[in-house]
Design a protein around this ligand. Structure first.
Ligand code: IMP
Length: 197
């Protein structure tokens, strides 16, 4: 099956491709009229609501185009820092661009309470049905940046189930085995096994 991932984030496309290609599915970024789709994200309280808004918009963008029969994938994710009441959460992308990783580290300066989690909600529209799955990766915020792999907050996020390295210090496969996105996408590929579907 060809899966069109409606995201402008090439790292997310690469992570999905690495997971779905061994299952025989080809993953590509959705491009409409030569452009990656821009979504109007609702002022939402949760990833779920944002993911649902994205899938509706993505589906309506391909109606009447040669892509109309393709499977469309969307995902919304974020980093939730417990000491900050879940901030940046649904605003993760904006906060990464505005405050940056250094700014987020400064908010936790001197704090021993550094617990955090990444969360993801993924939805795939197969035309005749829609599947949804979510994934969580618990961990904490490092004292300083480590590694330059992955993207976004990866250099400052240490997964609980890892060996103390940040996601930025791991290979793509190591990250995917533990990550929120890896779990959400696996939930879509094995819906009967996913408790969160
Ligand atoms: P979205 O594209 O609206 O889902 O934004 C997700 C944002 O959350 C990204 O831009 C990153 O800031 C952050 N994020 C989500 N998943 C990851 C990840 O796997 N690594 C690092 N940052 C992530």
């Amino acid at each position: 099956m060809e899966i069109l991932f409606a995201t402008g984030n090439e790292h997310k496309v690469a992570e999905a491709a690495a997971l779905f290609e061994p299952l025989g599915h080809n993953v590509k970024a959705l491009v409409v009229d030569g452009e990656s789709p821009e979504f109007v994200e609702p002022q939402a309280n949760g990833l779920e609501e944002v993911a649902r808004a994205k899938i509706e918009q993505a589906r309506s963008m391909v109606i009447g185009t040669p892509l109309a029969d393709s499977a469309i994938l969307v995902e919304d994710s974020g980093l939730f820092i417990h000491a900050l009441g879940g901030f940046p959460g649904v605003y993760s992308s904006y906060v990464e661009r505005s405050l940056g990783l250094g700014g987020v580290l400064r908010l936790l300066d001197g704090s021993d309470y550094r617990g955090a989690e990444y969360r993801a909600v993924a939805i795939i529209d197969l035309g005749d049905r829609t599947l949804r799955a979510s994934g969580v990766c618990r961990g904490g915020i490092a004292e300083e940046r480590r590694g330059d792999g992955g993207f976004g907050y990866d250099p400052i996020f240490i997964p609980e189930e890892g060996d103390g390295r940040t996601f930025g210090q791991m290979s793509a496969d190591e990250k995917s085995a533990l990550s929120h996105r890896g779990r959400a996408l696996k939930g879509l590929s094995e819906p009967h096994k996913s408790p969160s579907k």
